[in-house]
Design a protein around this ligand. Structure first.
Ligand code: MG
Length: 484
């Protein structure tokens, strides 16, 4: 059945959609803070220099389906990434950074809310939101943009949102002042897939709430997103208001495209071209921050939403030495690149093995902003600023891994126990492990040698952690599973 898009331009403005007291408080906070800290917004000339105690701004750049092994600074032998390499040399490269989930939608929900996706209902048997899904990130959830707003932040989202395409779920109704991008994956268009006609609409390119193009040229998306981001940064530099720029790229999710300038350049083929264009894009953003004087008051973090889509063979990426890829809770599905950059604040040239989750970015940004974490709900993210700013060991010892609402594995210190394992694609049913598999990830990051028989006490401890975690809350109803 052909679904019609809601005419976005007829929808109510963002502020009319905010109903909860918490969100109302957020927006009142914005108003007060803007009045205090944003003279440029009131038509006054910006001050030449920010106050010494200026709040840091945040840029979160996220690739889609980029694997742990896809950047030169993470060991890829033929993909050239000089800008990512320079970012890592000037900042910190995390070697045990985890996405919030092994697939797009729940991963983004974790990042945006600082919570396991089972708490918000952004997980399910369908695994991600599709163009026929009517669910999305509930209004009751507090996004990073909304958490930062009371501290005076202005937030913008450019790229792939994938937390609901209907107007009430789009970024401008979740605390972002503006949105530009494709709201879900770039393989969810109207064209046939594997000979099957899906009846989905043409891929929309959205600005704020309005569809401004259908089926945009995907070879130009990385460049267009970058131009939007650079323009926003130049505008932000003219004022003093701290900001969050959230830039979740559409690439290198299959189908992959590179613009003419980057096409046929990489020895890795088209996938390498696409990653090299993302490298260029990140370089443009860092260059703009340097040129505008924003660099030493802006924390930039680069990562990926999940591991490589191995089923796509050469069109997909590489998890390097890690096992499996996207869709799986083996390490290759969830451990991804994580690079932090903030001149004069993040020490240069460090490589830190702390266990860090994308959920921790939520709590860390909130802490650095001097904002308050939501106090009426569990927040799973931890403040990892001691890692990023002082190269210290991380506060996180334990991390749970989910497929749908099932806890499939847990990491605690160097140990990881798997209760069920499943390839990301092509394995319909999971292998259930009555005796969990146990790996020592410091010794065996590739998860090759099961040590459960040698360390039954560790298995028992990790089983107990997972049981207690699963019993601590009831997963929210899935937003993914009902095409309505
Ligand atoms: Mg993805």
């Amino acid at each position: 059945m052909q679904r019609q898009f809601t005419p976005y331009f007829e929808t109510a403005p963002a502020h009319q959609k905010l109903q909860s007291p918490i969100k109302l408080a957020c927006w009142l906070g914005i108003a007060v803070a803007c009045a205090l800290v944003a003279p440029a917004a009131r038509g006054q000339a910006p001050a030449a220099n920010p106050p010494a105690n200026a709040k840091p701004s945040f840029v979160i750049i996220m690739a889609d389906d980029l694997g742990y092994g896809d950047l030169a600074c993470y060991g890829h032998p033929t993909i050239r990434t000089p800008e990512f390499d320079r970012m890592a040399a000037e900042g910190m490269r995390l070697t045990q950074f985890y996405s919030g989930a092994p697939v797009c939608t729940p991963s983004r929900a974790a990042l945006m809310t600082g919570r396991y996706p089972a708490r918000s209902g952004l997980c399910g048997q369908r695994r991600v939101l599709f163009p026929d899904s009517t669910g999305g990130l509930p209004d009751s959830e507090i996004t990073l943009a909304e958490a930062l707003a009371p501290a005076g932040y202005r937030s913008i989202c450019i790229g792939k949102w994938h937390l609901g395409y209907q107007p009430k779920y789009l970024p401008t109704n979740h605390g972002f002042a503006h949105y530009f991008g494709i709201p879900y994956s770039n393989d969810m268009g109207a064209e046939t897939a594997g000979g099957r006609i899906r009846g989905w609409p043409k891929t929309p390119l959205i600005r704020d709430l309005a569809v401004i193009e259908e089926d945009p040229d995907q070879a130009l998306l990385t460049r267009r997103y970058t131009e939007e981001a650079v323009a926003f940064l130049r505008e932000a530099a003219a004022g003093q208001q701290p900001f969050l720029l959230y830039l979740p790229h559409t690439m290198p999710h299959v189908p992959i495209f590179a613009s003419d300038k980057f096409k046929d350049q990489s020895p890795r083929g088209l996938y390498g071209d696409v990653v090299t264009e993302l490298d260029w894009s990140t370089g443009e953003i860092l260059r703009t921050l340097r040129e505008t004087g924003l660099a030493n008051r802006t924390l930039v973090f680069f990562t990926s939403d999940n591991g490589p889509w191995l089923a796509q063979r050469l069109r997909g990426g590489s998890a390097g030495l890690l096992r499996e890829g996207k869709g799986s809770t083996w390490e290759g599905g969830v451990r991804v690149p994580g690079i932090a950059w903030w001149p004069d604040h993040v020490p240069a040239g460090r490589v830190n093995p702390a266990i860090v989750s994308s959920m921790d970015l939520f709590s860390t940004c909130v802490a650095l902003a001097g904002a308050a974490l939501p106090s009426d709900r569990p927040i799973d993210g931890l403040d990892v600023s001691p890692v990023l700013l002082r190269d210290e060991p991380g506060p996180r010892q334990t991390l749970f891994f989910y497929r749908d609402t099932a806890v499939t594995a847990v990491r605690h210190g160097p140990w990881k126990a798997h209760f069920q394992t499943q390839a990301g694609y092509g394995q319909p049913k999971p292998d259930l492990h009555d005796t969990p598999l146990l790996y020592h990830l410091d010794h065996d990051p590739s998860e090759k040698l099961d040590l459960a028989a040698q360390h039954p006490e560790v298995v028992t401890q990790l089983q107990q952690l997972a049981t207690e975690h699963a019993a601590s809350f009831q997963p929210a109803p899935s937003q993914l599973d009902e095409p309505k």
